[in-house]
Design a protein around this ligand. Structure first.
Ligand code: ATP
Ligand code: MG
Length: 590
């Protein structure tokens, strides 16, 4: 990432943190100045009071000096409190802004992006990487100001006492800085690996948590445990290596600074013996030298933390720089007839899923799509909703090319029951009301009645307030589908799409739902996708899709007699359906 890109992002995330940063800067300046006065008092006490011919009054009243030191210490304590408190506020606000941006952005990223990126990795970037950056802002960025003040004040004091000794003290600094720089590179490289390993680990955990049924059903526990172990091992090894590196860095760093301190003490003592500095100055000088060495060492830590943060920043920025769904559109269709004209589409370049598909749906009519699995039926729906962008051919609604229609319009005017309906871990009522948060309980129940699920919901001990487990695992497949239908009906959209929405309910319930829906769909343009001919046969037009091509189009009456594939499927399914209809399903409200 270019540095101006980083600055722009930092600027964006810093919104609302300015006042905290200002307080932190002032507090750290005050604290540094107060702190730097304490060695001065010691030096004055040794040279100006305790020494031969020192201030007689003060010698009698040493407590005055003690009070001075206490006042300075309390003032320093208060500044440090303000410093820490506001550092936390700045860091948390910064992290909150960052999480907000990420979440909003992820919401707007295209489906294609989501199918190309792993959930665990996305979560890792939105949590652990944000945490690394927050930590850096809280502990390091503001620390820099403190360090700059400390170094400046210490150097001013030291130079004012003895130039030669100060130069000796400074001679070590390049060694420490170069040494830190080398480690900076090393840590950055290893942190990238460790962070990626963490992302992979969370992907495995997340997949297993959501796919627990499949894992159990196929007895794949051991396989998954082994897979986890392998990732876990790698993860642990990476962090141990990082820990070893940091340990080494600090240990060697301590030795280097130890040498520096010893050097200064020896040199200082020699200077004191020669009479170039007083005993008091020597004590104060040694104290300033420690204050100088410590921040220089911290600079090393800041560099190594910066390398980790740089990695996290890149990872967060990867999400933020991914193109959102384009929304440069403003046309509002006035009618709801749908046209597919020569639509050719593939999820990737190599394989075309739809080939030259054309069909027309009149407003207020019902259109049925029949086709084998993988023939491209759901793909038609994805394209209509602009979940994926079309490149060849056109799709129009009310005469308007959907590329000129905003996604928001499409998604509020096209009600969808997706093939694998997703329910949130909320109550059934909230799940149904997801499309219309203002709906009354009556409206919610009415939708549920049409979807033939009201009675079953009422039979649950908590009725509509029943919590749905994660992804709806506490409901049966058929119940989930019907909750999804109710949710879609509540949106009262003029275009309705049922993608295999009744596949998990028996033929009897299927028929009842269709009967109940008929009244509701009078004016709506409807697309029904199914493998089951009975579900489709009442449609005004039916299309048979095979391998992405339109094989036949017509009404049920036409298609069931033309000797084509539809007729064949119809005959096979009718013998099956006769058997199905012998089965008496439970009654449900209509
Ligand atoms: P089914 O009756 O099983 O639901 P379908 O007719 O709805 O089948 P589609 O879901 O449209 O079939 O899929 C058509 C083809 O597109 C399949 O071969 C599938 O592998 C492929 N496909 C579907 N979604 C994606 C995707 N996100 N990325 C890549 N290929 C995909
Ligand atoms: Mg499908």
């Amino acid at each position: 990432m270019k540095s101006n890109g980083r600055l722009r992002l930092i600027g964006k995330f810093s919104e609302g943190t300015k006042k905290y940063f200002v307080i932190v800067l002032i507090a750290s300046l005050v604290s540094t100045i107060l702190n730097s006065l304490i060695p001065k008092i010691f030096s004055f006490t040794i040279d100006g009071v305790l020494a031969e011919g020192g201030n007689a009054w003060l010698k009698e009243h040493l407590w005055v000096l003690a009070i001075f030191v206490i006042v300075l210490a309390v003032g320093n304590g208060f500044s440090i409190y303000l410093y820490r408190n506001n550092t936390a506020k700045a860091g948390e606000t910064f992290a909150k802004n960052m999480r907000d941006s990420l979440f909003c952005h992820v919401q707007r990223l295209p489906m294609k992006w989501h199918s190309e990126n792993q959930t665990g990795d996305i979560i890792q970037r939105c949590t652990a990487d944000v945490e690394t950056i927050r930590n850096f802002v809280v502990t390091q960025v503001l620390e820099v100001s403190r360090i700059v003040f400390l170094i400046t004040v210490s150097l001013v004091m030291m130079f004012s006492m003895n130039v030669k000794l100060t130069l000796v003290a400074l001679a070590f600094m390049p060694v420490i800085v170069v040494y830190s720089g080398v480690f900076y590179q090393l840590i950055a490289r290893n942190f990238t690996k460790a962070d990626e390993a963490e992302g992979e680990l969370s992907t495995v955990v997340q997949e297993n948590a959501t796919g627990v049924r499949v894992v159990r059903a196929f007895g794949r526990e051991q396989f998954e445990i082994d897979r986890f172990d392998e990732k876990n091992d790698f993860f642990a090894r990476m962090w141990i290596r990082l820990g070893t590196l940091s340990g080494l860095y600090w240990a060697v760093g301590d030795i280097i600074t130890g040498f520096q301190v010893i050097f200064i003490i020896v040199f200082g003592a020699v200077e004191a013996v020669r009479g170039n500095i007083t005993a008091g100055q020597f004590v104060a000088f040694a104290s300033y030298n420690t204050t100088l060495v410590w921040p220089v060492r911290s600079m090393g830590r800041i560099l190594s933390e910066m390398s980790k943060t740089g990695v996290s920043f890149e990872r967060v920025n990867y999400i933020l720089e991914s193109q959102e769904e384009q929304n440069s559109d403003h046309v509002m269709p006035k009618a709801f007839d749908i046209d597919f004209e020569h639509v050719t589409f593939g999820y990737n370049e190599e394989q075309m899923i739809l080939q030259d598909v054309s069909f027309h749906i009149e407003e207020g009519k019902t259109y049925g799509i029949l086709g084998g699995t993988g023939s491209g039926k759901s793909t038609i729906v994805h394209l209509l909703d602009r979940l994926y962008e079309l490149e060849h051919g056109t799709i129009t609604i009310g005469g308007a090319d959907i590329r000129d229609v905003s996604r928001k319009w499409l998604r509020t005017h096209i009600g969808m029951v997706l093939q694998e309906p997703y329910l949130f871990s909320r109550t059934i009522r909230e799940n149904i009301a997801a499309t219309n948060s203002k709906a009354s309980m009556e409206e919610i129940r009415e939708a549920a009645q049409i979807a033939c699920i009201d009675e079953e919901i009422m039979a649950f001990p908590d009725g509509y307030e029943t919590m749905v487990g994660e992804r709806g695992v506490t409901l049966s497949g058929g119940q989930r589908q019907r909750v999804a239908i109710a949710r879609m009906l509540l949106a009262k959209a003029p275009i309705m799409v049922f993608d295999d929405a009744l596949s998990a309910v028996d033929a009897q319930t299927d028929m009842k739902i269709r009967k109940a829906l008929r009244g509701k769909m009078k004016n709506a343009t409807v697309i029904i996708i199914s493998h089951r001919i009975t579900t489709l046969m009442e449609a005004d037009q039916i299309m048979v899709l095979g391998n992405g091509k339109v094989l036949e189009q017509g009404t049920h009456a036409e298609l069931s007699k033309n000797g084509g594939i539809y007729q064949k499927i119809y005959e096979i399914q009718m013998s099956q359906d006769d058997r199905d209809l012998l089965w008496e399903g439970g009654e449900c409200n209509e």
